[in-house]
Structure formats: C-alpha cells, structure tokens
Design a protein around this ligand. Structure first.
Ligand SMILES: Cc1ncc(COP(=O)(O)O)c(C=O)c1O
Length: 425
C-alpha cells in the first residue's frame, strides 16, 4: 500500500479532542483474524482485541456472513416496536448458557448494561445503596463512574455522583504483601466494617463486582472470597451483580468467568466480546427478578439491534466450537511460559490470570511498580508489530488480551519478544 501524505493521526489531531485519546497512534485500515493492518501496510499481531471485544478474531468470516445476511433482511425494526428472530434467538441462547430460568434485556454498551442492572436491583429490592470494590471499573456514565474505583481521574470534577455507593476492598495479595487467605480475610472484614459503621446491609440493593478485575490490574478473585461474597449477599437479601463485560465470552477459558467459582450471580452484565465488535450488551437475571421490572421503567432505542444479535449468535457458535477450549489450553500454556520468564528476569513481580485474561506485574529493583518499563515494552512491541495494552492502578500491569482463537506460534512470538526485551534491558 502506498504511503499516504497525511496520516490518520495527523488528521485526527485537527478534529478529535484530547478525550478521544487512544492507546496507540496507529492508523488502521484493515483487520483480519489476529492481525490489524496499518495505513502504511504494516501488520500488527493484535493482543489487545479492541480491549477484549474481538474474542474470535477480527472479521471472522462466519460473523461477517451472519451480519451481512441479517443486514439484507432487516437492519433496524426497533425492539420497542416489534419482535424479530435474532433478538429472541439470542435471548434464548443466553438463557440456556446461564442455566435456564433467566430473562435477558439488551442494551448497547457495557456501561449501559451496568446502569440497567443497578436500576433493576433498586427496583426489585426498593433499597438505595450499592456496594462496589476498590480498583473496579464499570464504565464512564455518571452512575457507572460512581461505582468505579480504579482511578480518581475518572471521577475528578464529576463529583456529586450517585449517592449511597460504598467501596469494599478487593483482594490484591501481591500488592498488600499478604497470603491469599490473609488478603481474603482482610477484604471480607472491610465489608463487615461497612455494615457496622456506614451502611446497614438491609439498605443495600446490590453488590457489583468483576470476577476478575480488568482495568484494576487483571486480578482474579480467589474462590473463597467469591463464595463468601455470595453467602453474605444471600444472608442479607443483597443482589449480587457480576460485571462480566471484560471476563465474558470465552475470555477466561469458560464462557463466563463465574463458572470457575461454582456460584452464580443474581444479575449478570455482558458486553464487549458478545458480538465481535457490534455494539451490544445484555443484562441477564433470574426470571423472578426480571418479572418485577415493569415495562417503561427502563429502555433505549437501539438495544438488541438485529445485526448485532446475529453477529453475537455467530460469535457464540465459534466460541462453543473452538474458542473456549482453545482459550483454556493456550491460556494455561501462556501463563506457564510467562512464569518461566518471570524466573529468568528480575522485572516481573507476579504473573496471574484466568484463561486468556493474563497480566504481568512489572516491578523495579526495589519491587515497586514500574510504569516506565510498561511503556517501554509497549513501545518496543509496536516497533516489532505487536499490540499490547497496560492496566492496573499503578499503570504497571502488562495485559495480554489475545483472541480465544490464538495460535501457539503467536504466543511464542510474544514470549520471545518479551524475553529479548527484558533480558536486554
Ligand atoms: C469490567 C468492565 N465493565 C464495564 C465496562 C464499560 O463498558 P463500555 O465501555 O462498553 O461502556 C468495561 C470497559 O472497559 C469493563 O472492562
């Protein structure tokens, strides 16, 4: 492809505000499988997956085919106006995937699903308060900013947010230098303290949590913590909302991360990987809860767009056929190779993850978070044609969000790159 005179980045600088900043300065003109192709013809191995969206790779032919077919039949009927097959079929499939006796409501984005989940919880319980967790990320609308605890910058100058939101601690044993059990005990204690000093549990509508914290640092919650959270919610009639917007759709080597824990949420929110890039999100909750959400008390124009629903059904078929099993297999290989690498270099404090939701904590010689090293690695990776993202409250966690269909040789390429980069530093 000819080098074009004015790059997309240069044109963007004229018309896009700083708020529209992105993780790279790449101008991308084509996406195929596990690769993005830039305007100057360079191929990038994509281990960002559009931030955990293109879980079966870019433009999977089956997804493209399903979307095209649906476009020819109907682009928008309006879910407020008519029923249409892809919407109903997807609701049926999501109900089946979540054990039956569930009902499904579609929206457009993750934040919108979380907003709806909170409204549902308040409507059903008639209680005001929400408990969220430190370092959580739930979206950018005012209500989801209110329950987000991963950066003061997300909240600065927007304060006067949703009232009656309380934050408990979420396990981060590595950072707090505790054993897993000590960390779990500590975090559970912060919930009991909230109940004793700040908010009576009978006033709490819901607890909202990510089974693996995403933006907060790729932190899987320990099983005993999750089980106890479930028990506490049951004891006090609090609805448990799992935000699986980033952990869903095969990302962790199961369709949904909660399957690793042997417990179920009362309300589940899904987005990102649900439709391979078409804007779609879902709130899934038990029938007895959903039946208490009267018509007209929540809504939206575009939720459950026919094309997005068709793309989602096709995405789910690919995940069930190959993506989920591959994510589990390649994820455990990736994790093991990263652990080996951590043993060979002094710059990786911890390797952790579930399936293909893997992060490494970069630390300096004093064991402190090393955000400069993160930036250095990401820049070098781009030079090598690999897209990697960071996360974590200290901006020192390198996260790997490979497609669930990733191949062994692509993981090996990333491991090789990391090894060369870290050992030559
Ligand atoms: C766990 C989690 N919840 C909610 C959101 C918000 O989703 P959206 O950007 O689609 O509103 C994100 C996005 O990164 C997320 O990771």
């Amino acid at each position: 492809m000819d080098k074009i005179a004015v790059s997309l980045e240069e044109r963007a600088d004229q018309v896009l505000p700083p708020i529209a900043k992105r993780a790279t300065r790449l101008g991308i003109v084509k996406a195929k499988g596990h690769y993005l192709i830039s305007e100057d013809g360079k191929e990038y191995l994509d281990f960002a997956s559009g931030v955990a969206v293109t879980n079966v790779g870019h433009n999977h032919p089956e997804v493209v085919e399903a979307a095209k077919k649906q476009m020819e039949e109907m682009i928008h009927g309006g879910h407020n106006v008519v029923y249409y097959p892809s919407y109903i079929e997807l609701a049926e499939k999501l109900n089946e995937l979540n054990g039956g006796s569930q009902m499904v409501y579609f929206s457009n984005s993750g934040a919108e699903a979380n907003e709806g989940a909170m409204k549902l919880a308040k409507k059903v319980t008639k209680r005001p308060a929400i408990i969220s967790f430190k370092r959580s990320f739930h979206g950018r609308t005012m209500a989801t900013t209110s329950i987000t605890g991963s950066s003061a910058a997300h909240r600065k100058d927007y304060e006067g947010l949703l009232p009656s939101v309380y934050f408990a601690d979420y396990p981060y044993a590595f950072k707090n230098n505790r054993t897993e059990q000590e960390e779990v005990d500590h975090c559970l204690e912060t919930i009991h303290e909230l109940f004793s000093y700040q908010i009576d549990p009978e006033n709490v509508a819901a607890m909202v949590m990510e089974p693996v914290q995403g933006e907060g640092g790729y932190l899987p919650a320990p099983v005993p913590f999750m089980k106890e959270i479930r028990r506490i919610c049951d004891e006090h009639g609090i609805l448990l909302i799992f935000d699986e917007i980033q952990t869903g759709f095969g990302r962790t080597g199961k369709m949904f991360a909660y399957e690793h824990y042997g417990i179920r949420p009362d309300i589940l929110t899904l987005a990102k990987g649900i439709a391979s890039g078409f804007p779609l999100s879902a709130i899934i909750a038990r029938r007895d809860l959903m039946e208490q959400w009267p018509a007209g008390t929540h809504g939206g124009t575009y939720g459950g767009n026919p094309v997005a629903c068709a793309a989602s059904l096709s995405t789910i078929r690919i995940l069930e056929r190959e993506g989920i099993a591959n994510a589990a297999e390649q994820g455990s290989y990736f994790l093991q190779e990263l652990k080996k690498l951590a043993g060979q270099t002094g710059q990786i404090g911890e390797v952790r993850g579930l399936g293909l939701m893997i992060g490494i904590e970069l630390t300096n010689e004093n064991g402190n978070p090393d955000s400069q090293l993160l930036q250095y690695i990401r820049d070098k990776a781009l030079e090598e044609g690999i897209i990697l993202l960071g996360c974590g409250v200290n901006k020192n966690v390198l996260r790997f969000i490979a497609p669930t269909t990733v191949k062994r040789k692509e993981i090996d390429r990333v491991i090789h790159f990391l090894k060369e980069t870290l050992l030559s530093k």
